[in-house]
Design a protein around this ligand. Sequence first.
Ligand SMILES: C[S@@+](CC[C@H](N)C(=O)[O-])C[C@H]1O[C@@H](n2cnc3c(N)ncnc32)[C@H](O)[C@@H]1O
Length: 152
Amino acid sequence: MSKFPGGKKLQKKIEALEDEDLKKRIKVQKVSVKRPQDLTEKYDVIITSMTLHHIFNTKEIVGILKTALKDGGHFMWIDYQKTESSYYFHPEDFREEVIPGFTKEEMIQILEINGFKNITVSVVQHVSKVQRVNNEDVQVELDIFLVCGRLN
Ligand SMILES: C[S@@+](CC[C@H](N)C(=O)[O-])C[C@H]1O[C@@H](n2cnc3c(N)ncnc32)[C@H](O)[C@@H]1O
């Protein structure tokens, strides 16, 4: 995943933390979900924020991430809602490269298929913005969901 600079951004945010003890306990690792054999550690919580819509085969990707969760661990997935206008959420040059959002039901189903239990959905933000499409303004309205599930 070297094409994506996500790890560097996160490292900078960690360096800016004032709590030195917390800083020492955070480790940033860049691993590819396409190389699940690299996911050698097991975690209590996995959080994916506004990223899975960039990667197709969401069901399979969640299945791979799940292998890095401890039994009883929690998976937290933040992503944007599929609505009539969500196709225009991204700027024009990105639109064909991303999934145009997920319904609440799709997100729940992806977690259920992967064996997650106690699934909850919360709306963490509402997005209301105008995008320029073919020289016209399109109003984009959607929620940002946080979907959580527990493994076993
Ligand atoms: C909208 S940003 C979200 C960043 C951050 N997680 C947050 O919530 O602010 C989308 C992220 O997806 C990452 N990304 C895009 N395509 C990806 C892919 N195929 N594999 C892994 N990460 C990808 C980008 O590097 C970027 O960090």
